[in-house]
Write a protein that binds this ligand. Structure first.
Ligand code: NI
Length: 179
């Protein structure tokens, strides 16, 4: 188990565009994915993208069931839950015109929550750890969580959707708290 340091905004590495992953996965990349899961569960968070631990690769992990239902993740079994999802080289094939507003937060923007409006449903193509391609539609909390996570792969944060003034205040607050 290796919990990695989560980068905090503002950090230039959170603004990099992540590189696609090639298959088969190297031992090093598999280790990174394990570390990402450990780091997410340790936080705890519902999702983590590789750039958040300073790795510029198109990988995200999520475990959203505890948020979207009564089921809770077992803290004695971090990373081993069947709810852990690994998303590699994700690409949205479609986004709905219908929008939905959810309150979002981010491990890289601590102690900050704000409402963000995004497409309510998405169709996604991604690869699993075996290099197998998947295509599926998502709505509800997972649609929002996936858009939030994959924004990280484009160097984007949820605070980018807020007004410049609000973003400035958040940046100022975090600089004070974490520098
Ligand atoms: Ni985030």
């Amino acid at each position: 188990m290796a919990v990695r340091e989560v980068l905090i905004h503002p950090d230039d590495r959170l603004r990099e565009i992540a590189e696609p992953v090639s298959f088969p996965l190297s031992t090093k990349v598999k280790q990174i994915i394990e570390d990402m899961a450990d780091t997410m569960y340790d936080a705890p968070g519902v999702g983590l993208a590789a750039p958040q631990i300073g790795v510029s690769l198109q990988i995200a992990v999520t475990d959203t069931l505890w948020r979207s239902s009564e089921v809770r993740h077992d803290p004695d079994n971090p990373g081993g839950s069947h709810e852990l999802k690994v998303w590699i080289n994700p690409e949205f094939l479609w986004k709905s015109d219908e929008m939905a507003t959810w309150e979002e937060g981010c491990l890289s923007v601590p102690e900050t929550f704000a409402e963000v409006t995004r497409p309510a449903a998405v169709r996604l193509r991604w690869f699993d750890m075996d290099g197998e391609a998947h295509e599926q539609d998502f709505d509800d909390f997972l649609a929002v969580a996936l858009q939030h996570e994959f924004d990280h792969l484009l160097g984007k944060l949820f605070i980018d959707y807020l007004s410049p003034l609000k973003r400035k205040m958040i940046t100022k607050k975090l600089k004070k708290l974490y520098k």
